[in-house]
Design a protein around this ligand. Structure first.
Ligand SMILES: NC(=O)c1ccc[n+]([C@@H]2O[C@H](COP(=O)([O-])OP(=O)(O)OC[C@H]3O[C@@H](n4cnc5c(N)ncnc54)[C@H](O)[C@@H]3O)[C@@H](O)[C@H]2O)c1
Length: 440
């Protein structure tokens, strides 16, 4: 099949590469010439495990190409995937300007039947806006060409995106017409050789399904964070509680990890956008309001702990910080809790040396050349001259650290662990103070 992908970011590039891997002919469009130049020169603009080799293989096979030409992209694919960003607007609602711009471009240039696939996470009703934008452009041109608009939300996780796309738990397709549905079924057939994974529904339900999934996951995290804070006060250990409830198959183990709050490019903005959609329709989502409030507060949990350990005075203190990315295996720093923690430390007069295996360039881009933040080339190098070690992202390489080395390097032998990576008894056995989330 001939496919165009509009927006070559985390979702667009993975979608394009994986569809090319199955033998399709894919052209990826982006308005950012820098991204397209990197891709056309054989690089990739983001870090995502397994993606680079797949991109190279499919480019070499002539199945995957990149362009900044809207005309070329509209002409190429019968299927036009919209995978542009939907960042939060000032009021928290999803900003649909990029989605609508992509739709208008299609309407402006299409010469034959197209299926326009909304892959971006978009509020209920967006497919109607996309349909309308294309209709207006066609009317302006005075032409009549058939097209369909379908919703196909993406559920991949950054850090495991290629695997998630190649072996999806489910493929949700919201479609109102048989012609588009049949093309979508054919497209996803190779991804479900093992068993049927396609779930077909109406467009609005598909749009809502994506928000419901992220909102549910965010809810689990905030629920556990709130209970962790209670456990800490009550002298219980949230890690025991987590295992105790996760073993119930009705609950399950996934997404029950307490920490320093959720971040990233999806949960914060999607929770907000869903609340906004609800309030615009006169409905208050009480649970989600609380989920967001708990999360905002949790991002300050580590700073509160430091205030406690250093008698409320962090002026002149220096901290080692392990992990900048919002989660392991990605360089994505959008809404990362590390940013709140670093900015909070700087405001309190403290300085930081941070280490992250992948995300340093993104942190530098977002934080700028700010005084008081340095970056180390290894976890142990970050400890030099530090008053304590703060763990913010649970990268695998932090799982078995050199505890005696940590103790020797720190001015005060204190680890504040925002990800509950270690057995407290083990750490204390090395005569280190250990303060984690929701643990005795
Ligand atoms: N990142 C994730 O893990 C993830 C997972 C599931 C769904 N989503 C959703 O997918 C969408 C894309 O997310 P992302 O993380 O890939 O965003 P991203 O910011 O990484 O990529 C979006 C790209 O679209 C480009 N773009 C913007 N307007 C354009 C236009 N008119 N024509 C062509 N290109 C254009 C931008 O330059 C950018 O490169 C969002 O709605 C997001 O919520 C993201």
């Amino acid at each position: 099949m001939k496919i165009s992908i509009i927006g070559t970011g985390y979702v667009g590039l993975v979608t394009g590469a994986c569809l090319a891997e199955m033998g399709n002919n894919v052209l990826c469009l982006d308005v950012d010439p820098r991204k397209i130049e990197i891709l056309n020169n054989g690089g990739i603009p983001i870090y995502e495990p397994g993606l680079e080799v797949m991109v190279k293989r499919n480019v070499a096979a002539g199945r995957l190409a990149f362009t900044t030409s809207v005309e070329a992209s509209v002409a190429h694919g019968t299927l036009q995937f919209i995978a542009v960003g939907t960042p939060p607007d000032e009021d928290g609602s999803a900003d649909l300007q990029y989605v609508v711009a992509a739709a208008r471009n299609i309407g402006r240039h299409m010469a034959e039947y197209k299926v326009v696939v909304d892959k971006s996470t978009v509020p209920v009703g967006t497919a109607d806006r996309v349909r309308e934008a294309i209709r207006e452009e066609l009317a302006q041109r005075g032409v009549q060409i058939d097209y369909s608009v379908v919703s196909n939300p993406e559920f991949l996780k950054e850090g495991a995106a290629v695997d998630d796309f190649m072996r999806p738990d489910r493929v949700v397709i919201g479609a109102d017409d048989e012609r588009a549905l049949s093309l979508m079924r054919n497209l996803y057939q190779p991804f479900q050789r093992n068993h049927e994974r396609i779930i077909i529904m109406d467009v609005r339900s598909a749009e809502l399904t994506k928000y419901a999934a992220n909102a549910m996951l965010a809810t689990r995290i905030s629920f556990m964070n709130e209970l962790a804070n209670l456990a800490e006060v009550m002298g219980a250990d949230i890690e025991h509680v987590r295992k105790g409830i996760g073993s119930d198959p009705r609950i399950g183990y996934h997404f029950l990890y307490p920490g320093v709050g959720y971040g990233g490019s999806c949960f914060p903005k999607d929770v907000q956008a869903l609340q906004r959609t609800a309030s615009e329709n006169g409905i208050n989502l009480h649970v989600l309001n609380a989920v967001e409030r708990v999360n905002d507060a949790q991002k300050f949990r580590m700073l509160q702990k430091l205030d406690k350990h250093f008698d409320g005075d962090l002026q002149g203190r220096h901290f080692a910080l392990w992990g900048l990315a919002f989660k392991p295996n990605t360089d994505d720093m959008r809404d990362a809790p590390s940013l709140v923690i670093i900015r909070g430390l700087l405001e309190r007069g403290a300085t930081v040396t941070a280490y992250d295996p992948i995300a340093v360039h993104e942190a530098q881009r977002i934080l700028g050349n700010v005084e008081g933040v340095r970056y180390a080339s290894s976890p142990m190098n970050a400890l030099e001259g530090a008053d304590a070690l703060l763990i913010v992202t649970e990268w695998k390489e932090f799982r078995s650290p050199d505890f005696p080395g940590i103790k020797a390097a720190l001015k005060r032998p204190l680890i504040v662990d925002g990800r509950n990576m270690y057995d407290p008894a083990l750490v204390r056995g090395f005569e280190l103070e250990y303060d984690a989330i929701g643990r005795k």
